[in-house]
Design a protein around this ligand. Structure first.
Ligand SMILES: [Ca+2]
Length: 338
């Protein structure tokens, strides 16, 4: 709040000479002087991207949700009733579909499988190098900045695999924004950075790691995922006597013929195999924020290093935000001389 007042004061009196690091012109009772954070930093961090792997989410959960969406879309439920219809359908078919798929789920998706253990270990400690440029923020923020990820480094045993945005692009991944804006406020030697989102695709990172770091064959993994879904059997479990499916939402009846239901299952299966290891959406985003300490090693009032506070971190958007798995982030940054 002090900084907002300072900023408004500066604007109102057209005093343009006010800089961060000066003593407080309003004579606030806050004694700690703001350290000048402005400049460019090289950030070296360790991200824990493994938490989604230990969630209870199964291949069956993933498929039940996809099938539900396909059924509601095929039934022609209008947009306003879509969410209600999806909840209803998931309630009607969720258990049958989940159990049917999970009973045939490939062994490698078991949390204790070699694949999942290696994946959890690799994703649990990803070295991330980025550059952040910090400057003054807008009216409501003391801090504005831009962070660009330069590399991800995945380690398996003694091997280090480096992934760059260029490499992902060459592999045909869609444009992945490894860039995000920082906004926040300053109090003395601490920046409070708001949550900021990297639209880097979590599912793509997992798929890339499975293929390039763990060395598993994506085709055979996909084949095993597909084999877990027996559309004929599953649709029998959830359909009526005529093989179709009916639902009543907001006093309206909607239905799918047996053929439409079979095609909804095929559609959901196609989407399932697009997901990383059948479970994670390719385009899942990653969000982080928290406190950053400004370290002034030589005491000249200008920050030389940045360090993430324990509360720095965020979540991985593979599930709704309220239950989204946690992203752990530790980093230290050093000022790059301009
Ligand atoms: Ca300094």
């Amino acid at each position: 709040m002090k900084n907002l007042r300072m900023k408004l004061f500066a604007i109102l009196t057209l005093t343009m000479s006010l800089t961060v690091g000066c003593s407080d012109p309003l004579g606030s009772d806050d004694e700690s002087e703001n350290i000048d954070f402005r400049g460019n930093y090289l950030v070296e961090g360790t991200w824990d991207l493994s938490s989604p792997l230990s969630s209870q989410r199964t291949l069956g959960d993933s498929f039940a949700e996809l099938l539900t969406r396909e059924i509601v879309a095929s039934a022609g439920v209008p947009g306003v009733a879509e969410e209600e219809a999806q909840e209803l359908v998931l309630e009607l078919i969720g258990d049958d579909i989940r159990n049917g798929v999970d009973s045939r789920s490939p062994d490698h998706l078991d949390r204790n499988s070699d694949l999942m253990q290696e994946l959890a270990q690799t994703l649990g400690s990803v070295r991330v190098v980025s550059e952040v440029e910090l400057g003054e923020g807008g009216i409501l923020d003391d801090v504005g900045g831009l962070e660009n990820i330069q590399t991800f480094e995945f380690t398996k045993g003694q091997e280090v695999h480096v992934l760059t945005p260029e490499l992902l692009k060459e592999m045909g991944a869609p444009d992945i924004a490894m860039q995000t804006d920082w906004e926040g406020t300053q109090t003395g030697d601490t920046l409070e950075i708001d949550d900021h989102t990297f639209s880097l695709q979590y599912g793509d990172l997992v798929a890339w790691t499975v293929l390039n770091v763990i060395g598993s064959d994506a085709n055979s993994l996909n084949a095993a995922t597909s084999a877990a879904v027996e559309c004929d059997v599953l649709m029998q479990d959830i359909s009526g006597e005529d093989g179709g499916f009916f639902l009543s939402v907001a006093d309206e009846e909607y239905g799918l013929t047996a053929i439409a239901l079979a095609s909804a299952c095929d559609g959901a299966l196609a989407k399932l195999t697009e997901k990383a290891i059948g479970v994670f959406a390719i385009d899942a985003k990653v969000t982080a924020g928290g406190n950053v300490l400004l370290l002034d090693d030589d005491g000249d009032g200008v920050a030389d290093r940045l360090q993430s506070h324990d509360n720095f971190g965020g979540f991985i958007g593979v599930l709704p935000e309220a239950i989204a798995p946690r992203l752990g982030v530790d980093f230290e940054a050093t000022r790059i001389e301009r």
